[in-house]
Design a protein around this ligand. Structure first.
Ligand code: SF4
Ligand code: SF4
Length: 384
């Protein structure tokens, strides 16, 4: 296994499962199960035992490996020099498990659906661009930017609304964008983190040749997960593009006053998506947009920026649900953390976070207290 030579360096000191100020547990898998083996350090020791042949592949072992949300809190807070490889080590262990062919059924089904249908929803490709009907967004011809949507924005009902809100906002701000509609392919970020390196390579190469064939040089993504794959993984396969998350393009436009807005007297907090924040260091752009809306009272959650608590959807858990629900599920904890700010809106910048937190608001029966909205939807309200 890749990284095998560093797995033994973990001291099991446990700093990695905490927030930066040690005030709370911040590894969503540990927080949910409260067993050391689900913590980053515990997971390291479990992988070591597996590689040494001390334990065998079992359903329990698989559950522990796949309950990691790849949120990178441990990367941020492990005090040792190998810290930046922690998530890579967990992904490498999944790759090793995938190569044995004995993996959890939801993970197997995810790979199968991507291979057969091109998306996890088992929907035909013809439906991929349907979200754009009735929006201002058109198909890509020779526009300046490709607006890349991803599977959740293309097929999930909540995701489709967010895709429309972001697309309309980008056009109203004067940007030249186009979508690939039915020709868009899965970006593969979740395929990679679930451990199917071969399928990821196939998707990356397919996307790269499609982008090159269309003459695409600049990409704006809806979803931080796609942003992460294009920015950090595609260059390895020869796909070097100018890649932006939509908040990065919108922040300076909003601050310049290019988009006329009315007052919104609302208290708003913001949930950092792990694949925009910790994985890619973008904490400011979404906040700059929110703070450019007149009347908004912006308030931070106690655990924010590099200390943000993950919604639990990362690492493929949005699709496989191996981390699972229940009172201590990360999305429910995160919604309760947001309530402490007194905000009536939880702003998000990721369709996966939106859906995870929406579900938690419903289960907690908090619909009359707090609403989950993408930043583009909040801007849309201020433009109305
Ligand atoms: S991963 Fe790092 S912080 Fe976590 S237990 Fe191991 S050495 Fe300690
Ligand atoms: S990446 Fe997140 S969920 Fe996974 S072990 Fe690290 S802190 Fe826990």
């Amino acid at each position: 296994m890749r990284y095998e030579e560093i797995v033994h360096r973990c001291f099991r000191c446990g700093y990695c499962k905490l927030a930066g100020d040690y005030s709370d547990f911040n590894c969503p898998a540990y927080r949910k199960f409260m067993f050391e083996t689900y913590s980053p350090g515990g997971r390291m020791w479990l992988i070591r035992a597996w590689l040494n042949g001390d334990i065998k592949n079992s359903e329990r072992f698989q559950e522990i490996l796949y309950s990691c949300a790849t949120c990178a809190n441990c990367v941020e807070h492990c005090v040792f020099t190998f810290s930046e490889d922690l998530v890579n080590i967990f992904i490498a262990a999944r790759e090793e498990l995938v190569s044995t062919g004995i993996i959890p059924p939801p993970v197997r089904d995810y790979f199968k659906n991507i291979s057969i249908s091109g998306n996890p929803y088992k929907e035909p490709a013809e439906k991929r661009g349907q979200w754009a009907e009735g929006s201002l967004v058109e198909e890509y011809k020779d526009q300046e930017y490709l607006f890349y949507i991803g599977d959740v924005g293309s097929y999930d009902e909540r995701g489709k609304k967010i895709a429309k809100a972001v697309g309309n906002l980008l056009i109203k701000a004067g940007l030249s964008i186009g979508i690939l509609a039915n020709k868009e392919m899965c970006d593969g970020n979740e395929v990679k983190v679930l451990g199917e390196a071969g399928l990821f390579e196939y998707l990356a190469e397919g996307n790269i040749s499609l982008f090159k064939e269309k003459g695409i040089k600049k990409i704006i993504t809806l979803d931080p997960h796609s942003f992460n794959a294009f920015k950090n993984d595609y260059p390895e396969f020869g796909g070097v593009f100018e890649v932006y998350h939509y908040t990065q393009i919108m922040a300076p436009l909003m601050e310049s006053g290019k988009v006329p807005l009315k007052d919104l007297t609302l208290r708003v907090t913001y949930h950092d998506p792990c694949y925009l924040g910790r994985h890619n260091g973008e904490y400011d752009a979404p906040r700059r947009i929110l703070q450019s809306i007149p009347g908004i009272d912006f308030i931070e959650m106690e655990q924010s920026r590099d200390n943000a608590f993950c919604c639990g959807g990362g690492g493929g858990n949005f699709f496989t649900d191996i981390l699972g629900g229940g009172e201590e599920s990360p999305n429910r904890i995160r919604v309760k953390q947001s309530l402490q700010t007194g905000a009536s809106i939880i702003a998000v910048a990721c369709p996966q976070c939106a859906k995870m937190l929406d579900d938690a608001v419903k289960v907690e029966e908090l619909e009359d207290k707090v609403e989950v909205l993408d930043i583009a939807e909040i801007v849309g309200r201020a433009m109305a």
